[in-house]
Design a binder for this molecule. Structure first.
Ligand code: ASP
Ligand code: MG
Length: 424
């Protein structure tokens, strides 16, 4: 018998038929002798609809009222699911379990009432918890930020010491890259938390980043799997654990057999800015970046060129949505101040990244990456690296070619995960 937390997203809860299907799956797990806690999102589109209503009244709706209102999406889905599970003859209890701080719209979880949940589970009931929300010390509704139901699921799994937190969604797992870009993308059986964080922050939108951090911190085994897979019969056996969805784990596995690269992520939301002809002396980087920081704009990659006759170019990337705002800050507050020659903005760029813990123990990943891009005539505009990641900024029109060729070069197309270069 296992204790399983299952989280169902908006698509999985998107219609009455789908909610009935969720109830059936929960029953299968329950009938197999497992204790099940279910965390649900609002029906798909509902949270957006509610937020839109608030926005029609105010651009800055009162945070306390906003939370009270947007949290109702999940209130509807937990009750519908409780009804559906009871219709199948299984006991189901809704439970308010999450206490948060009072930071409306981005509340932090403070404690979880695991005692009541355990009592209900021991009494043979399925426990249902509303995702995305909690209550503060005064009983006000709070919300955890968009996508927050993932975090609710992980937090409850951590508090209960669950055997697994299963995130049911509309894809059947985490892929080596976006299957819409290459049909050769393969579902991963396992990925580490660290890799998943890189994949998530680089643009794979499967899980809320915070939930992955949380799961990593508390060592909660996290599985992403499809809510449309009817074969999932509720047996938590070896076959299930090896094959279904993608398990996100602390375990780095056996490096000898593991592919060096786990996945290729990309981010289309970047824009590049070049500040040209700036004097090369102390304080320039700070003079350029401080006003941008004050305007609350986040900077991603940064490169400063070698100086040529006392001047240099300073290049960095921001979120594409912030490009105009950044250009304005630079033109208004920085350009004349530091005597820059010109400021250029370019939104036709994309960041492509190789991610893999295997990089730690294998040299040559970056060079194979650059060689592959060169063979495909793709110019690299910027490079950045971390211990388990190499990112390049390239022109956006080359995205597909870059991802496909790297996917092949790093052996991700094939079952054996063998790399093109022997010994790498
Ligand atoms: N319903 C909330 C949202 O759409 C929370 C969630 O689905 O995770 O952001
Ligand atoms: Mg989500």
């Amino acid at each position: 018998m296992a204790l399983i937390v299952q989280k169902y997203g908006g698509t999985s809860m998107g219609s009455i038929d789908r909610i009935k299907n969720v109830a059936k799956r929960v029953k299968r797990w329950h009938d197999n002798g497992h204790q099940v806690v279910v965390v649900v999102s609002a029906m798909s589109g509902e949270t957006n609809r509610l937020i839109d209503l608030a926005r029609q009244i105010s651009n800055h709706p009162d945070p306390r009222e906003y939370d009270q209102m947007v949290s109702t999406g999940e209130q509807v889905s937990i009750s519908l699911l409780a009804m559906a599970i009871k219709e199948l003859g299984v006991g189901a209890r809704r439970q308010v379990a999450i206490k948060t701080d009072g930071a409306h719209n981005k509340a932090r979880i403070e404690s979880i009432d695991d005692k009541n949940i355990r009592e209900q589970l021991d009494a043979g009931n399925v426990v249902i918890v509303a995702g995305f929300q909690g209550i503060d010390e005064y009983g006000n509704a709070t919300t955890l930020g968009r996508g927050g139901s993932d975090t609710t699921g992980v937090a409850i799994a951590a508090a209960l010491g669950a055997d697994e937190c299963q995130i049911y969604t509309d894809v059947d797992g985490v892929y080596t890259t976006d299957p819409r870009v290459t049909s050769k993308a393969k579902k991963l059986e396992k990925i580490t938390f660290e890799e998943m964080l890189e994949m998530a922050s680089l643009g794979s939108k499967i899980l809320q980043i915070r939930s992955v951090e949380f799961a990593g911190k508390y060592g909660v085994p996290l599985r992403v799997l499809s809510s449309f897979d009817e074969n999932n019969d509720g047996s938590f056996d070896q076959d299930f654990q090896d094959n279904v969805g993608t398990l996100i784990t602390i375990d780095e596995g056996d490096n000898m057999e593991q592919a060096i690269i786990s996945g290729i992520a990309f981010n289309r939301d970047e824009a590049k800015i070049v500040v040209r002809g700036v004097p090369d002396h102390p304080g320039i980087a700070s003079a350029i970046l401080s006003p941008i920081g004050r305007a609350n704009i986040e900077i991603d990659m940064i490169v400063q060129n070698l100086s040529d006759q006392g001047t240099t170019d300073f290049t960095f990337t921001v979120n594409r949505a912030d490009l105009d705002k950044t250009m304005k800050v630079l033109n208004d507050e920085v350009k004349d101040e530091i005597g820059a020659k010109e400021i250029l903005g370019n939104s036709e760029v994309v960041k492509v990244s190789l991610v893999g813990v295997g990089m730690r123990s294998h040299a040559g990943v970056a060079s194979l990456m650059f060689q592959t891009l060169a063979e495909n005539n793709i110019n690299i505009q910027m490079i950045s690296t971390s211990e388990i990641k190499v990112s390049v900024l390239i022109q956006d029109q080359h995205l597909e070619k870059a991802v496909k060729s790297l996917h092949t070069a790093f052996g991700l197309d094939r079952e054996d995960g063998e790399s093109k270069i022997a010994g790498l």
